[in-house]
Design a protein around this ligand. Sequence first.
Ligand code: F58
Length: 849
Amino acid sequence: KPLNHSVNSTNYEEKKMENSAVYNKDKFEESFVRHVESDLARNMFNCDDLGAYQAASNAIRDSVLVDWANTQQQQTIHDGKRVYYLSLEFLMGRAMDNALINLDARDQVAEAIGNLGFNLEDVLEQEPDAALGNGGLGRLAACFVDSMSSRNYSAWGYGLNYQYGIFKQEIIDGYQVETPDYWLKYSNPWEVMRSEIQIPVDFYGYVYEHYDTNTGKPKKIWQGGERVIAVPADFPIPGFNTTNTNNLRLWNAKPTMEFDFSKFNNGDYQQSVAAQQRAEALTSVLYPNDNFEKGKELRLRQQYFWVAASLHDIIRRYKKNHKDWDNLSNQVAIQLNDTHPTLAIVELQRILVDLEGLEWNAAWKIVQRVFAYTNHTVMTEALEKWPVDLVGRLIPRHLEIIYEINYFFLKDVEAKFPGDRDLLSRVSIIEEGQVKSVRMAYLAIVGSHKVNGVAELHSELIKTTIFKDFVKIFGPERFTNVTNGITPRRWLRQANPKLAKLISEKLNDPKYEYLTHLGNLKKLENFVNDEAFLKEWDDIKFDNKRKLAALIKETTGVEVDPNVLFDIQVKRIHEYKRQQLNIFAVIYRYLHIKKLLAEGLSVQEIAEKHYIPKASIFGGKAAPGYYMAKIIIHLINTVGEVVNNDPEIGNLLKVVFIPDYNVSKAEIIIPGSDLSNHISTAGTEASGTSNMKFALNGGLIIGTVDGANVEITREIGEENIFLFGNLAESVDELRHKHYYEGVKIPESMQEVFNAIDTGMFGLPEEFKSLLDSIRYHSDYYLATDDFDLFLDAHKKLEKMFGLGSGDPTHLREWVPKSVLSVANMGFFSSDRCIDEYAENIWDVEPLNV
Ligand code: F58
């Protein structure tokens, strides 16, 4: 169905003129000075880069706010269906540069700021990252809100406004050390506090039955025991090349103003203040686990608080113009980003039945039409389960409703598959066992009309493994795929301005329209034989590598030569992502280079005949309680220590771990990569999105047949990606073999283990449990099965890389692959992804405001 996306350009141009502060240098300078004087209470002689960042942000914000207010007003008048994206994480990164790009005002503002005596790049550096997420799932939500605005959908994001985002990582003596990220040290110019909106959220208490004289029926009443107030902070989300500006609403928890006088009168003033302080703690910290769920009470409190406040807000908005509940799903689509917001299903059922008096079945049909659920993992340790006791204590009425949902669901299952007791216990929302628990994914499936995975392979896997029974029960129609995407505004234009500009020139597209029509990149294929172009392309890569080398020097002290192959793996540290495989291969390389040196070969000879010079670059955080991941970080760092200080080895090998990997660092690291690693055990990485970012920036990929690597290969061609390793369908069998026949360590890996065991990289005990997990504990992630294949893939690709920039092999073999990758990445724009959600799941159309 064609989507009416294109913006009426005359209106847009007019609009730009109206909002002239960001398009007119004089006005911008005026506004900047005014903000320095009035908001910061300073003057221009006393304004540093931080002040300049705040003043400039406020000046830009003024113009965003006009679009924002207009958008909201127009959407309200239009009264169409709205999308609500519920995500416990939004990993936004910096806002100012992104706003300048989406408003198409970067050049003018850079000049104006220059006239005022500042440098835009330095000013941008002042902004702290909004790091309200762990990794892929949180960044996906951030890309999605950008696309929903850019594609002119009426959509809100709902999340929590954590005071502490993901921790800051320092590397001290080779170990990860976590420190709190208090990102709101200075006021945040991009947030608008809506203190006038105050939504009460109750916890604990008890449920009683009350005879309702109106209906003549008994009615359940939940008497809450503790009340917290939800106050929103709103963040404008400007779209690219459109005035459409959506809202991201992040809740803060505040104490109630109802003071507990009984405690006060009892002389327990301090305790009653403490209870108030407890309220604010609710939204203070983001849980730092990635693909692992640990059932903490505070986490469940966060989830319910966020869900209750968001639903209250959504329903309040609906009720302004509507009375008929049957119409709710024509006005409201709610997307659940993983199971974290699943209580929203229960909360809506409670609102409809307990508060609005609907019949159970009628209410349930509405609920199912409103919700859809996105799954991001097949790994069972990452699936949420909450102990029944905890749920019953925290939100007693909700537990009753969950039981009731389960009762009706199981009744349907029994009717469809009579006598299949096993099936009933397998699919029950309540898991019996030592700790009776609520299976949140099952609740999400039962309460939604669509469930989607995030890449083709992953969407197939959920249907054949963890949710197999539900396909049987609800039919395959309930399950679908939406392959992830990334926003090319941030991940190409903002992160790699030079490449973005070259592309705009080659495509004859001075307005960068390809950033909203990413399929246009295809035209780059026409230049793949144009030597001058290839050279220009490679020069930009070299320049980006220089920038990355500077970051490495600044953060680790290690000097890497931008001429060598930059081989990068940056992502959360996790056994399934297999940074261990990568560092073992680095050690193998080091041992062999040392052998060749011992045999009398020179560095030059080794580079030409055996091992091309390379820098292995790592980055990523380990969850603070993830012991094995921390050992992997430690090993990478100790290997770096040995290799980088080896006087013989010269440029042949460097190993660095960039501390505190985050969105802003990704914006430097990704454009500077020659090669990136996406080497998860087949079947474990649901999609991966950094693979898309690297490929879009002209880096090649070495990867397993997993997640979105599969579709990337289909799009860019298998000659342009280096795939290796066992396939997902072999994984079960290999694990079985390891378990019953023992693990066979390949010779190559044994050499590596010997080196570690003899203390080459520090005390061997420090790494013992990592090596033992492979040699004695069944090698669950199949490092032994894929190691030699990984080494072979490297050999092959390094031949093509040659000796880097000046080398004719490089220009002939490597650079065209880089161009062809970029040319065929159009599919992976998050705009395409959002259009698919809109059409197949939400049933919404864009609205041109
Ligand atoms: C990630 N999940 C997937 N979860 O691992 C990745 O393959 C996928 O590309 C991405 O989602 C987007 O679909 C992920 O990042 C988390 O970080 C959760 C945070 C909360 C606790 C459980 C894991």
